[in-house]
Design a protein around this ligand. Structure first.
Ligand code: PMP
Length: 426
């Protein structure tokens, strides 16, 4: 038996399910999760010293590969100067200035410690700013685990939301409307009826939590228009796609300006960081400038700021995203060719350095219902075959994949060769 097997058994004694975040438990693919002991560049090393080419990238942050020497150096240097002050530091201003320089929609930004905190606070802010309680989200989008966001649709667009986890009060869930992602008509219909009660729309402008789903033509534009007409706040949750599908994230790629944006993952360079920000008029309602409360002992933590700032500087270099995107295209085209040659129904999506693949008869996958119809058994077999071949993919058919700047052409060719071998067995 592998070390991972023994470590997983030991972990379950005192950690619920043996993991500190549920998707790590491999429920989506079966079998024991792999326990890792180190990571460098595009590679992970597990507890048995087996190496994997990594396309999870810590679920997105490792855009420069793991343990990038410049990022590690600034974190070490900062650690010598103190781990946390709970008081203002200059590096927080440098970070805020850089984010607002890079992202045209950002007048002001507040740092927090996770994506969940960022989206939870953006919603509170939108509610406080508009004086309205209802929020709109989309099926298949994930925005962290705060109460208002762990809500599924009742049947029909205008029925009440129902909690998707015990512990979420029904009274709160009722304020969350969950609509069909990429369905502009449904959005217009709901706003025509109750637009004046809606505080905000929150959306992943490139969805990464139902595999990788780009916006259909006109969808983000529709969201912008209904928010303008109704006075609702448009929140782009760019925790995953921000600084990943391009330097300006999805708002840069699709040229739509949200009112607020949330970040996480890449902005922390692998350290626990989230951020939310946007229009000054709205951000001025946050404490201590305004009455909407939000705080954090570790917010703007100096180690996290050092890692994030260095990461943002390195990804701002000329050609960074062109290279990342070209590598990702090479990967998805290679996977497609491998599937075609094996006569396996298969299709892919890609936006910049983010990708998804589907064992599906359908092409052009843009709806959650299409993703859910994919061949999950084939995905599981493919997943474990790739794992055996030393390729670490997200252990769920509902997650996106990520390429880093450290993946070489050879890494990608080896991944495609592994896929050919595994596809032949499916
Ligand atoms: N929003 C999106 C789009 C995410 O992908 C995630 C995490 N995968 C979150 C919010 C929550 O972030 P965190 O896990 O850092 O709380």
């Amino acid at each position: 038996m592998s070390q991972s097997h023994d470590l997983f058994a030991a972990a379950q004694k005192h950690i619920p399910g043996g993991v500190n975040s549920p998707v790590r438990a491999f429920k989506g693919v079966g079998g024991d999760p792999v326990f890792f002991k180190s990571a460098k560049g595009a590679y992970l090393t597990d507890a048995d010293d087996k190496q994997y080419i990594d396309y999870v990238a810590s679920w997105g942050p490792a855009i420069l590969g793991h343990a990038h020497p410049e990022v590690v150096k600034v974190v070490q240097e900062q650690a010598e100067r103190g781990l946390s002050f709970g008081a203002p530091t200059q590096i927080e201003t440098t970070m805020a200035d850089l984010v607002c320089d890079l992202i045209p929609s950002m007048d002001m930004v507040r740092m927090v410690s996770s994506g969940t905190e960022a989206t939870m606070t953006a919603i509170r802010l939108a509610r406080g700013y508009t004086g309205r309680d209802k929020i709109v989200k989309f099926e298949g989008c994930y925005h962290g685990h705060s109460d208002s966001l762990l809500v599924k649709a009742g049947s029909g667009a205008l029925t009440l939301g129902v909690p998707s986890s015990p512990g979420v009060p029904a009274a709160l869930a009722e304020e969350t409307l969950t609509l069909t992602h990429n369905d502009s008509d449904e959005v217009r219909k709901v706003f025509a009826e109750i637009g004046d009660q809606i505080a905000c729309i929150i959306v992943e402008p490139v969805a990464g939590n139902m595999n990788c789903i780009p916006p259909e033509d006109g969808f983000l534009q529709t969201l912008r228009e209904v928010c303008d007409e109704s006075g609702a706040v448009l929140i782009f949750d760019e925790v995953m796609c921000g600084f990943r599908v391009g330097l300006q994230g999805a708002q840069g790629v699709y040229n739509i300006t949200p009112d607020l944006t949330t970040y996480g993952k890449v902005i922390g360079g692998g350290m626990p960081v989230g951020a939310f920000g946007g229009k000054k008029e709205i951000m001025s309602h946050i404490a201590p400038l305004g009455p909407v409360y939000q705080a954090g002992t570790l917010s703007g933590n100096p180690l996290a700021m050092a890692a994030g700032l260095t990461t943002l500087k390195l990804i701002s270099e000329d050609g960074f995203f062109d290279n990342l995107s070209a590598k990702t295209t090479k990967l998805v085209e290679g996977l497609q060719a491998a599937a075609d040659d094996a006569k396996i129904p298969f299709t892919t999506n890609q936006v910049g350095g983010m990708f998804g693949f589907f064992f599906s008869e359908e092409k052009n996958i843009s709806r959650f219902a299409q993703v859910a119809k994919g061949d999950m058994e084939r995905f599981k077999k493919f997943y474990h075959g790739m794992l055996d071949e030393g390729v670490y993919l997200a252990p769920s058919a509902f997650e996106a994949g990520f390429v880093s700047s450290q993946h070489t052409d050879e890494d990608i060719e080896n991944t495609i060769a592994a896929a050919r071998k595994v596809m032949a067995t499916l």
